[in-house]
Ligand binder design. Sequence first.
Ligand SMILES: [Zn+2]
Length: 267
Amino acid sequence: MAGVRLTVGNVEIVSVSDGQGDMNPTETFPASDIETWRSEYPGLVDDAGQIHPRFGSFAVSSGGRLVLVDTGLGGPDATLLSDMEANGIEREAVDLVVLTHIHPDHVGWNLSDGSPTFPNARYLVTKTDWDHWTQPEVRAQAPHVDAQMVPLESLNVLDLIDGEYSVTNELTTLPTPGHTPGHISIAVASGGERAFILGDVAHTPAQAQYTDWSPVFDTDPDLARQTRHSVLDKLEDEGTLVASGHFPHPGYGRFVRSDDRRIWQPE
Ligand SMILES: [Zn+2]
């Protein structure tokens, strides 16, 4: 198994985690059934029949900049900051925070007591997601938007980006919509090597095979399903190394064919 550190050409990626969730798999993925989970993915389901998606972030060093992709769920039991510290990553060293989308488990450490948790960073999110989540009727149902997103604007640390944006000359965001309207993934290319930071295009390795399983959190389930199929097909065809925040620690692996089905092969 790979450690938390991954090298892609001149880019270094460190996998860090904010803890893990506790979810009912068939409530989360209504198209799934517990027998399939238990028989085919025994390692993902505990004795109580629950799954535990990780809240993972990636700290990416590229071109002299330190880029943190997503900021976890936050809260008293959250481990992102201690995990970063354990891996020698200082909060002050983060130059850019790139948010794949505005869900509570991806923006949770944007702010601490009203100040940016990463005091020297610009925070980047797509204008599409910002416009969606700051609509009054959406925002009213989504307390994380006021708690962890809106203050970034008045603190003057927020940059709204297009879906396709060069974060550095080795990191490019790509629109992968459906989970949220402005959801992005991040393509890494350096020194002839490639990797792909998936975001929430998929939430569990089971979706490698059961790619139609959409979680209830998808804003547009049909679009999310289309995106999931096209992205996973391409990653499988090209054998790209993938970094996935919700997959089991450290979240590195590839989508590969095995006996006529697609599986997640951890690195
Ligand atoms: Zn998520």
